[in-house]
Design a protein around this ligand. Structure first.
Ligand code: KIV
Ligand code: ZN
Length: 388
């Protein structure tokens, strides 16, 4: 059965880079953009060109080197922003301008001190102006998560009429519950005249830890583009994590959807982004955390040694991790000790294992993790290595 393609829109270099302390220089941005292009993302949001001369130059440089992906630049619904984005993108093989405006009552009143009619008029004018530079124009309705659906539908309709090719529905404040976000997308599919002319996009923030769940709810309801960042990096609690949505689509929803992401590159790109942005990845982070394929309790270790699938739903190699690891701690059992001992050349008989285990537990209670060098030292003092 044919599956629906879900476009992956990476905004590591724009929404991700807005994080304090994560600023990248132009060279680093180019390196990441090239890696994202090789990874197979469909769209790279390279920056917000009007925000600084440095960002303008980076978007321009990225536009020149990206071979496959669409290169996108952000703008507000302001002519000088849009013109600047168009200028920065002029060397891109496939340029896209991303323009938009806040649509929630909150933003209309407290950010713009404006009216709904004025917002509609500005949205339409911005898309039309962007269209005078490029064919591919994405419109975002900022704070769509807290925007009343009927008004959101009106704004989307106007944006489509003005020529928008993609409609981005950001849950800017990470407010929605998955069923609410899904219903919002479904509402737009059902109530926006001309919706078949544009692609709906999710853009979810993680303030309540729901960014990934909301993005998937959006896809299930009809969105065909997901906006996300490597490691879920982004302002406050971050954005949807690229590696999470991609693996969910591949691993659990592959009968309906596919992406073009080369998943064995995920671990490496995660590390590169983390290093360059000086933003460590939490060890228990799904897919790319250090502990994502590590097992440390005796029961789990025994199960994994018998058959990896007892406690792992993803083959680590599919995301670029060589193998699962058996970590030796005071919670580890005999099976784990025997397994790790064998890996370093100690094939222990039952009585030897009993002796070694007693010593091991004493040691593990003193130090948090028994590393390979500690294990080698301990076993060498007890036994002679096989074949040595
Ligand atoms: O979260 C958001 O609303 C955004 C828009 C500017 C697209 O990042
Ligand atoms: Zn955002």
């Amino acid at each position: 059965m044919a599956t629906d393609k879900i476009d992956i829109f990476d905004t590591t270099l724009r929404d991700g880079e807005q994080v304090p302390g994560c600023k990248l220089d132009q060279h680093q941005k180019m390196v990441i953009a090239e890696r994202l292009d090789n990874l197979g993302v469909d769209i790279i949001e390279a920056g917000f060109p009007i925000s600084s001369p440095g960002d303008f130059k980076s978007v321009q440089a990225i536009s020149k080197i990206v071979q496959n992906a669409i290169v996108c630049g952000l703008s507000r619904s302001v002519e000088k922003d849009i013109k600047c984005a168009a200028e920065a993108l002029k060397y891109a093989k496939r340029p896209r301008i991303h323009t938009g405006i806040g649509t929630s009552d909150m933003h209309i009143k407290y950010k713009f001190n404006s009216t709904k009619d004025d917002i509609i008029q500005r949205a339409s004018a911005a898309v039309k102006y962007a269209k005078s530079f490029v064919e591919d124009v994405e419109f975002y309705a900022e704070d769509a998560g807290r925007t009343e659906n009927a008004f959101l539908a009106k704004v989307c309709e106007v944006a489509i009429k003005a020529g928008a090719t993609v409609l981005n529905i950001p849950d800017t404040t990470g407010y929605c519950l998955p069923h609410e976000y899904g219903e919002k997308i479904q509402y737009l599919k059902e109530h926006v005249t001309g919706i078949h002319k544009a692609k709906l996009s999710t853009h979810c923030h993680n303030d309540l830890g729901l960014a990934t769940a909301n993005s998937i709810a959006g896809v299930t309801a009809g969105a065909r583009q997901i906006e996300c960042t490597i490691n879920g990096i982004g302002e406050r609690a971050g954005n949807t994590a690229l590696e999470e949505v991609v693996m969910i689509l591949q691993h659990r929803m592959g009968q309906y959807y596919h992406t073009e992401i080369k998943t064995p590159q995920l671990n490496n790109i995660s590390r590169a982004v983390s290093d360059m942005m000086c933003m460590p990845v939490q060890p228990n982070k799904a897919i790319v955390g250090d502990n994502a394929f590590a097992h440390s309790s005796g029961i789990h270790q025994d199960g994994v040694i018998k058959n990896r699938a007892n406690y792992e739903i993803i083959d680590p190699r599919s995301v670029g991790v060589d193998h699962s690891s058996i970590v030796l701690t005071a919670r580890s059992g005999r099976a784990a000790l025997a397994y790790r001992a064998k890996e370093i050349g100690f094939n222990l008989f039952k009585n030897e294992l009993d002796i070694a285990y007693e010593k091991f537990i004493e040691l593990a209670d003193q130090i948090k993790e028994v590393k390979e060098k500690d294990l080698k030292l301990m076993l060498s003092s007890l036994f002679t290595q096989v074949g040595v």
